[in-house]
Write a protein that binds this ligand. Structure first.
Ligand code: ADP
Ligand code: 5GP
Length: 183
């Protein structure tokens, strides 16, 4: 199989979380990193499951202490990958998946040269907007900020090892699994 570490990026609303859940149903042995964020939980999100939800002071402390493998600001909130749990899983040979945005992916590329990078895109811009708006989790101003970031991220597509179009969830999960385990 390929490298143990796969990094999945792509614009907000493209379906990263949905596809990662489908990958885990196929391959429960895949370990998905739980990030730290200063974003407030959405309804149904549980601390320690989707994210570790922290305040700005705690986040700054973790970053300063070097406890984050990478971190970035995205649309007004901070996000970061806890270093120790990931390094432990990689050392044990577990296939690991990070779902992070572009600036973080670039930092991981610098520190983990064996990692492999996938960029998930929607079938069209209009479909991306439909998914992000349809999720109905962010206020309109936040949706606008996320779409502005999406334009920037889409320009970086060529930096990734593989670009996958998220047409249907099942087909996309199959393609991501193929990339992770056979690529
Ligand atoms: P992200 O994690 O990239 O921000 P989500 O996984 O939250 O995106 O998906 C955004 C919205 O798009 C959700 O409402 C989800 O149900 C929907 N979605 C995800 N993948 C697909 C798909 N292949 N086709 C149609 N809708 C999708
Ligand atoms: P959301 O607020 O929709 O959960 O996530 C917003 C963006 O932050 C998404 O692009 C997601 O991939 C990214 N993200 C989540 N966790 C991390 C992380 O630990 N580091 C970085 N750099 N981005 C993250």
């Amino acid at each position: 199989m390929g490298s143990r570490l796969t990094v999945l990026s792509g614009p907000s609303g493209v379906g990263k979380g949905t596809v990662v859940a489908a990958v885990r149903r196929r391959h429960p042995e895949v370990w998905v990193s739980v990030s730290v964020t200063t974003r407030k939980p959405r309804p149904g999100e549980v601390d320690g499951v989707e994210y570790h939800f922290v305040d700005g002071d705690v986040f700054a402390h973790l970053a300063k202490a070097g406890d984050l493998l990478e971190h970035a600001n995205f649309a007004g909130n901070s996000y970061g990958t806890p270093r120790a749990p990931l390094i432990e899983r990689l050392a044990a040979g577990t296939p690991c998946l990070l779902e992070i945005e572009l600036q973080g992916a670039r930092q991981v590329r610098a520190s983990q040269p064996d990692a492999r990078f996938v960029f998930l895109v929607a079938p069209s811009w209009d479909e991306l907007v439909r998914r992000l708006v349809g999720r109905d989790t962010e206020a309109p101003a936040v949706v606008e900020r996320r779409l502005a970031r999406a334009r920037v991220e889409l320009e970086a597509e060529a930096e990734f090892d593989e670009v996958v179009v998220n047409d249907t969830v099942d087909a996309t999960a199959d393609r991501l699994v193929a990339f992770m385990f056979e690529g």
